[in-house]
Design a protein around this ligand. Structure first.
Ligand code: THU
Length: 183
C-alpha cells in the first residue's frame, strides 16, 4: 500500500496468466525503443493493482545524458497521471532486452522504482538467448514467439536490486527527528 513514507507491503503475487501479459507487454514495448546511438532496445511494462498495464521504451537523443530508460519512461506518466494524494499501487514490473542474461534496471531506474513500490515488488527481467554465430533473430518477431523462445525470466525484488536503499521513509524520519530535536 502506498503511503507518504513509501509503500510498505507487497500486493498480491501474479497469477501465471497475469505474468504472461506483463511479459508480453514488456517484450512488445521494445518496438517503440528509439536507440540509434546504443542500438540497445529496452521495453518495460508495469502492472497496477487495478489491472492496467503501462509500458515504456528507452528514448535516446544525440546529447546522450538526456535520454530516458524504458522503466522511467513507463513509470513517470503513471504517477503524473494521478491526482495527489493518490499514488500507484504497483504489482509487478517486467523489463525486456535483446541480451542474455537479461539486463537489469540501471541504478537511476532502481531508485525511481523504489520510490513507488514496496521493497518486495517483483521485477521480471526477460532477455534473448544467444544464438549460434551463424544464426540471428528475425528483425521482427511476434512477442508471443519471443516469449516462447526465450522462456524464463530472472526475477528479483526491488529490495534485492537496491539493498539498504534510501527512500521516502528516510525523509520522513528526518522530519520526525528534527521536530524531536527542536522540541
Ligand atoms: N536502458 C534502459 O532503458 N533501462 C535500463 O535500466 C538500462 C539502460 C537504456 C538506456 C540506453 O538507451 C540504453 O539502454 C543503453 O544504455
Amino acid at each position: 500500500m502506498a503511503s507518504p513514507s513509501g509503500p510498505i507491503m507487497a500486493l498480491a503475487p501474479l497469477a501465471p496468466l497475469e505474468l504472461v501479459s506483463v511479459a508480453l507487454a514488456a517484450i512488445a514495448s521494445k518496438k517503440g525503443a528509439y536507440c540509434p546511438y546504443s542500438n540497445f532496445r529496452v521495453g518495460a511494462a508495469i502492472l497496477l493493482a487495478d489491472g492496467t498495464l503501462h509500458t515504456g521504451a528507452n528514448v535516446e537523443v544525440a546529447s546522450t545524458p538526456v535520454g530516458i530508460c524504458a522503466e522511467r519512461c513507463a513509470l513517470a506518466p503513471i504517477v503524473a497521471g494521478m491526482e495527489r494524494p493518490e499514488l500507484p499501487k504497483i504489482r509487478a514490473i517486467a523489463v525486456s532486452t535483446d541480451i542474455w542474461g537479461p539486463s537489469s534496471p540501471c541504478g537511476m531506474c532502481r531508485q525511481m522504482i523504489r520510490e513507488f513500490c514496496p521493497l518486495d515488488t517483483p521485477i521480471y527481467m526477460y532477455g534473448r538467448q544467444p544464438l549460434a554465430s551463424n544464426q540471428s533473430y528475425p528483425a521482427t518477431i511476434p512477442p508471443e514467439e519471443e516469449l516462447r523462445i526465450c522462456g524464463e525470466p530472472v526475477v528479483m525484488t526491488i529490495g534485492q536490486l537496491l539493498p539498504m536503499s534510501f527512500g521516502p521513509n528516510d525523509m520522513a524520519k528526518r522530519e520526525v527527528q528534527t521536530v524531536a530535536q527542536i522540541g
